[in-house]
Design a protein around this ligand. Structure first.
Ligand code: 0WD
Length: 256
């Protein structure tokens, strides 16, 4: 029985209805999970509350959490511990880089821009995993979102590609540390999806066009397809899997 009835998951990074985190939330909700959302800034707080209202029978909890701030992360998970006690998993769907560095030559990346991308898009997973660990008393599953640009050079992805390479290694080291506590850590490498973050990547349209021409499935993936793989990774269906990157990308990554 792989229903998520009686299980609680934290979903971080719903900005709007196009967010990958929102696709994940819907798949978990359909499987019966109880959901907790974290957001950054009141603008997103309002939009995640409005979205979550559409989930029938769900009584979600909301916490503001800025992952650039250690205190905010610690506070968030302490509050969650006080309010619900145990959680069974976590979806980390957070990334950021300065828009002006998501085009042109990677060579021109500034120190500040580099560190910002690493801070929000990679280190945050380490800090969040550490804060969430005490809440996963029955074991758990942590999921992060990565992209092909961390494995291969993708035009314009630049500083975020280096941050995703860091995130991938981060995920594996965490998987190695947390396995003895029966906590698994995995990543989904999603094909391009038109989200707020994707808007920041230069010439995103040609990235999508290439998927339609060259990916084995000849079409982009959907939020639902990413959400359902997240369900697999966050449930016991994947209980033997940790430290893994699953590509949900219409097979694009295998094409040379
Ligand atoms: O094509 C895509 N959209 C792909 C996205 C392909 C493969 C991977 N991904 C990844 C992204 O890199 C990211 O890690 O999926 C994850 C989710 O991204 P998304 O759903 O594409 O983008 P979006 O809806 O914008 O959500 C990302 C959110 C932020 O939104 P904004 O638009 O403000 O950047 O990350 C959150 C925020 O909600 N975020 C933060 N959360 C806490 N503290 C912070 C922060 N400091 N900064 C950004």
């Amino acid at each position: 029985n792989f229903s998520l009835e009686g299980r609680t998951y934290v979903v971080m990074g719903v900005a709007n209805k196009r967010s990958i985190a929102w696709g994940i939330a819907r798949s978990l909700h359909e499987a019966g999970a109880r959901l907790i959302f974290t957001y950054v800034g009141e603008r997103f707080g309002k939009s995640v509350r409005e979205l979550a209202e559409s989930l029938e029978g769900q009584e979600p909890l909301f916490y503001e959490c800025d992952v650039t701030d250690d205190e905010s992360i610690i506070q968030t998970f302490e509050s969650i511990q006080n309010d619900v006690g145990t959680i069974h998993g976590l979806a980390h769907c957070i990334a950021f880089a300065n828009r002006e560095e998501l085009k042109g030559e990677f060579l021109n990346t500034s120190r500040d821009g580099f560190l910002t991308a690493q801070n929000i898009s990679s280190y945050s997973l380490t800090a969040v995993a550490r804060a969430a660990k005490p809440l996963m008393k029955d074991g758990g599953s942590i999921l992060t979102m990565t992209y092909l640009g961390g494995e291969k050079v993708v035009q314009n992805y630049n500083v975020m590609g280096v941050a995703k390479a860091s995130l991938d290694a981060n995920m594996r080291y965490l998987a190695s540390n947390l396995g003895k506590d029966n906590i698994r850590v995995n990543a989904i490498s999603a094909g391009p999806l038109r989200t707020l973050s994707a808007k920041g990547v230069g010439d995103f349209n040609s990235i999508l066009a290439e998927i339609e021409e060259r990916a084995p499935l000849r079409r982009p993936v959907t939020q639902e397809e990413v959400g359902d793989t997240a369900y697999y990774l966050l449930s016991d269906l994947s209980r033997g899997v940790t430290g893994e990157i699953i590509h949900v990308d219409s097979g694009f990554n295998i094409i040379g």
